[in-house]
Design a protein around this ligand. Structure first.
Ligand code: SF4
Length: 239
């Protein structure tokens, strides 16, 4: 597993961005997250060691743009170089998340649909409004590997009409930090059932720092958010 942040910075896009962890971390350091800039790891997957081998070894998953949105507006002029790097490193699998799936075609290579088998795109949604806005666009795109991330999940959401073989995974999680919006376990179980009915793999990634189960509200410490989700044992693997 490796990370690659060719740029940093973002702008709040929708309801799910309210407590964005990048803004929170940068605010603490008095960094303006709204300034989007290229980093010195812009071409990281092509960087080689003294022996001439790629520093990122073959076979790895590379998490792309986890300190930004891959499709953020300022990066439009830089993204074509990133597509070329992904094209060159077919020995790696790249994955990015976006709340801007409607911008996917901007600067997309013309031969995208015939290549880029090594890319997973996660469309992130947080409520019914964003599901109905983004998922029809996402479904129509010629992406080989598609995931839906519902994090932070802010309400009960029906995505059943978007679930079929086209979607490889659905990941659900709550919001972490102080004064966050609660995650209700019933909403999680509801999405899980939608995935089972459609035979789509499902993962409960993390609880919310405020978590409601059986009408009781819990304050969950950060270090337990993922462990407790795993412990729930409700993940589903497509048969
Ligand atoms: S789009 Fe993602 S990275 Fe950008 S502000 Fe929203 S949550 Fe943060």
């Amino acid at each position: 597993m490796s990370t690659w942040n060719p740029w940093k910075g973002c702008h709040r896009k929708s309801e799910g961005c309210k407590h964005c962890y990048i803004f929170r971390a940068n605010d603490r350091k008095k960094i303006d997250t709204n300034i989007v800039y290229k980093t010195d790891e812009f071409d990281k997957p092509l960087q080689k060691d003294k022996k001439g081998n790629y520093k990122i070894k073959p076979g790895q998953m590379v998490y792309l743009c986890f300190n930004a949105d891959f499709l953020v507006e300022e990066a439009d002029e830089w993204r074509n170089e990133i597509w070329e790097i992904i094209r060159i490193r077919t020995d790696l699998t790249f994955m990015f998340l976006t709340k801007r799936i409607e911008r996917f075609y901007i600067g997309l290579p013309e031969d995208f649909k015939d290549n880029f088998d090594n890319l997973i795109v996660c469309c992130t949604i947080e409520n019914q409004k964003r599901a109905d806005e983004r998922l029809p666009i996402f479904k129509a795109l010629p992406i080989k590997h598609k995931m839906i991330t519902i994090q932070p999940m802010l309400e009960r959401i029906d995505i059943s009409k978007y679930l079929d073989d086209d979607i490889e995974y659905v990941v659900v999680g709550g919001e972490s930090g102080k004064d966050v919006r609660p995650l209700n376990y019933d909403w999680v179980l509801d999405i899980r059932q939608q995935c089972i009915d459609a035979n789509v793999s499902f993962e409960f990634r993390q609880l919310g720092s405020i978590f409601i189960k059986d009408k009781k509200t819990y304050n969950v410490r950060k270090q337990y958010l993922c462990a407790q989700a795993r412990k729930a044992g409700i993940n589903y693997k497509k048969s």
